[in-house]
Design a protein around this ligand. Sequence first.
Ligand code: NAP
Length: 320
Amino acid sequence: MKAVVIEKFGSPDGLAVVDVPVPVPAPGQVRIATEAIGVGGVDAVIRRGTLAAYGFREGHLLGSEVAGSVTAVGEGVDDSWIGRRVWAFTGLSGGYAEQAVAAVEDVLPMPAGLFSADAVALGGSGVVAHFALERARFAAGETVLVRGAAGSIGITALQLAARGGAGAVVVTASSAERGARLRGLGATEVLDRSGEGGPDAPRGFDVVIDVVGGPQLPLFLDKLNANGRYVSVGVVGGQPPADFGMRLMDAFRRSLSFATFSSDTVPGPERQAVRSSQFADAAQGTLRTVVHEVLPLDQAAQAHREMDAGTVFGRIVLVP
Ligand SMILES: NC(=O)c1ccc[n+]([C@@H]2O[C@H](COP(=O)([O-])OP(=O)(O)OC[C@H]3O[C@@H](n4cnc5c(N)ncnc54)[C@H](OP(=O)(O)O)[C@@H]3O)[C@@H](O)[C@H]2O)c1
């Protein structure tokens, strides 16, 4: 079968389309003929070689999120899975391929009416948005800022905050055009990447959901209201300054909270329950997903070039 591997760490030119054997599902796994493959920020991080210290090597078959039909099951998995349309998390490898394997507990049947491309735009990121707001103890009436809202995590987070009755849903975006698109999804005000602009935006926020991190994180910590909660879910802008915690100590009397959140810490059945409910909402059109572009699998390098250029709004999806 056709698959895309990292032949050489670094630029997208190091990705190669290769022929590899069709994977055989191990005990507890299913095999899926892919219809849609999500291209995520973490794929780019692995491709650059940034995670080589974690054991990623050249030759790695990229991809963690697919949707398609089950074609085979491993020992211990019920045959009734065969033929079902499913979404699956494949771990940190194996997704950029015509067939992929996943542990059955990471596989979820898709409701009728949900397109495969929409499932891979929502499946992994939607739960991050949901549980980040939950960990932030977001409540109706509160002001929320989503930093880095034009990715698939932010797009879901801003919609969940809006439908949860937020007093304001403010986002950051790098252009007026991207800001306008986010308004179309429920944002009430748009700030630039430095947190400036939005003349009618609240001056402070009860909740900040941050996908970006990076050197400017302290500027956004300063925007918390007293008793405000800041949840960091990603570092697409790099790591924050090492001493950013001093900002919290300096504001000691305002009772601020800072947390990191990874969906890895949520028990699998809870993740699946939220994902299932979000899939139903997406199938009914009450939760919107944004597919930036659908490209053939053998143009994975082009997908990565667009990610590196920062032109993606939502998620790129590959199809075999
Ligand atoms: N916590 C978890 O459980 C979990 C799970 C999966 C992934 N992640 C993490 O989430 C991140 C990916 O999320 P995503 O796919 O939603 O994000 P994304 O699409 O990669 O980026 C979101 C937005 O951030 C803005 N941005 C990008 N680079 C920036 C920079 N250098 N400075 C400021 N803004 C920047 C861009 O919007 P503008 O150009 O409009 O500003 C971009 O559209 C990764 O860090 C990944 O590791 C976390």
